[in-house]
Design a protein. Structure first.
Ligand SMILES: Nc1ncnc2c1ncn2[C@@H]1O[C@H](COP(=O)(O)OP(=O)(O)O[C@H]2O[C@H](CO)[C@@H](O)[C@H](O)[C@H]2O)[C@@H](O)[C@H]1O
Length: 492
């Protein structure tokens, strides 16, 4: 039985929904701390102070204090701002030379050269802040490579610090393809920790791999879905660090993300032109017409509309989607794609749009409002990912009665119940394909098209099945609490 002891949890994240966001990590960094707080735990988030956070500060009361951190020869003087996300306190690390930039990790084209020193500093600062607040955490919950140096620092240079005597660390993998690999020399204070490094933490000679440092030193590791955790333990799915995952397999598990139904519910979504729910889908037709009008597509209720909201990156399966769409757009269909990221993919999408201007609309960029409009206005949602640690947008599309068309990998496999090959719906919630081939995707798109055109009742059942499904953060938070408890030292 899980103890009901209330825990102190320090949650480190480099993006948080409502403050600064590039993708799904931000959704989790807001929803999970809030769900843990609702369960009675004392959670504090630490994140960098980007200009976007400064905007938010104007609306929020804040404490303001100054700290000084000596790292090697460098003395960092930085500020901490306190804000609130609902009931959760957020401490934001204000060091303008590192964080006063519009892009979080890159300038829109290239990753910043100093990302290694930026996020190594951030991890160290978080460990200092928690001491200055006299908040001795039971758990430090780190997320992805950006904060993976915190367990490493704790295990090495802070090993004798009594303040952290009872503290345990969890590293959550939202995307292990990004590992944070840097020339050691690019981190000006690397002499401070170089003696703790071995070839296991390094790559290509003199490069440090932050994710490896975290994987080797965190007390427990988890991936954001059970299937992604299993894939990381295979040669194909391990992002080239199989031996490390195998080495830690006893401390390694998968916990499925949840869906924030306060933000993603078509019955209460104030961004939509018309509300609707599982029992009355009429408003969805209005949302479709509104989306068509907004993006400039012909307002045709009978033409199926396929939507996609995504970061533009190889992970999301664009090299399957583009050739499949090239042929699929010959059909009577409409496609709306919203996203930002790699310029080459944006160029390819623009080129396809130029070929089918009255059928395909690509909008480069992202706003929360347009994401909601696509989720509500589309008939199907596209997510043909190469790999997908969990995926949140397919959960949103299920909630919005927009059946997802996904590849059966990672969290997509764990969240979408496939329409059978004979076309029967039963308890299915979407279409799922396996082979990473454009033809396999095209086959599925054609099946989805046929269902929409020829079997409206079955299509409606598919929509309603998905809308009835729930991925509650409450459940996810309980799973994290069980894992936290496994990690704690027995009470003194
Ligand atoms: N161009 C863009 N700019 C800003 N926001 C955008 C965007 N495109 C989409 N979004 C928004 O970001 C979120 C995307 O989350 P996902 O989980 O689907 O993918 P992502 O790969 O970013 O997340 C990673 O982390 C999450 C969280 O663990 C995992 O679910 C996922 O599998 C993993 O790849 C959604 O809220 C979406 O609306």
């Amino acid at each position: 039985m899980v103890s009901d002891r209330k825990l102190k949890i320090l949650f480190l994240a480099t993006e948080v929904e409502d403050l600064a966001k590039t993708g799904g990590l931000a959704d989790v960094a807001k929803a999970l701390p809030q769900a843990l707080t609702r369960l009675g735990h004392d959670v504090r988030i630490v994140c960098p102070f980007y200009p976007q956070v400064q905007e938010r500060l104007k609306e929020d009361n804040h404490l303001h204090s100054e700290l000084s951190l000596q790292l090697g020869n460098l003395q960092y003087l930085y500020n901490i701002h306190q804000l609130h996300l609902g009931d959760v306190p957020v401490y934001s690390v204000d060091y303008p030379p590192y964080f006063s930039r519009q892009g979080l990790y890159d300038n829109g084209y290239h990753a910043y050269q100093d990302n290694g020193e930026r996020f190594a500093f951030f991890s160290m600062a978080a460990l200092q802040i928690t001491q200055s607040l006299d908040f001795a955490p039971d758990i430090i919950h780190c997320n992805d490579w950006h904060t993976a140096m915190a367990p490493f620092f704790l295990r090495n240079e802070l090993a004798d610090n009594q303040f952290f005597y009872r503290t345990r660390t969890l590293l959550t993998l939202h995307n292990a393809a990004y590992q944070g690999v840097f020339d050691l020399d690019s981190i000006p204070f690397h002499q401070r920790f170089i003696s703790a490094l071995s070839s296991d933490h390094m790559e290509q000679g003199n490069k440090i791999n932050f994710l490896k440092c975290g994987l080797l030193t965190a007390d427990k590791i988890n991936a954001v879905s059970p299937s992604y955790a299993a894939e990381l333990l295979t040669p194909l799915g391990s992002h080239h660090i199989l031996s490390l995952f195998q080495h830690r397999h006893r401390d390694f598990s998968g916990i499925l993300n949840g869906c924030n139904y306060d933000d993603w519910n078509p019955a209460t979504d104030s961004l939509l032109p018309k509300a609707y729910d599982q029992h009355n889908l009429a408003g969805k037709a209005e949302c479709k017409a509104h989306l068509q009008q907004y993006v400039g597509l012909p307002e045709q209720a009978d033409t199926p509309l396929f939507g996609m909201v995504s970061r533009l990156t190889g992970q999301k399966g664009f090299h399957l989607l583009l050739p499949a769409l090239q042929r699929f757009l010959e059909q009577n269909v409409q496609v709306v794609i919203i996203g930002s990221g790699e310029q080459e993919l944006a160029d390819n999408l623009r080129a396809l749009e130029a070929q089918y201007p009255d059928k395909l609309i690509f909008r480069e960029g992202y706003t929360s409002k347009i994401a909601h409009w696509v989720q509500a206005g589309a008939d199907y949602f596209l997510m043909p990912s190469l790999f997908e640690p969990c995926g949140l947008t397919q959960m949103y599309s299920l909630a919005y009665g927009t059946p997802p068309i996904v590849r059966g990998v990672g969290g997509l496999k764990d969240t979408v119940k496939p329409v059978k090959s004979n076309g029967s719906i039963d308890d299915a919630t979407g279409f799922v394909f396996s082979h990473p081939e454009p033809d396999a995707l095209l086959d599925l798109l054609m099946q989805a098209l046929t269902l929409f055109n020829d079997a409206p009742e079955a299509f409606k059942q598919l929509q309603q099945n998905g809308m009835a499904y729930r991925f509650c953060w409450e459940e996810t938070a309980k799973n994290y609490v069980s894992l936290y408890h496994e990690m704690l030292l027995p009470a003194a």
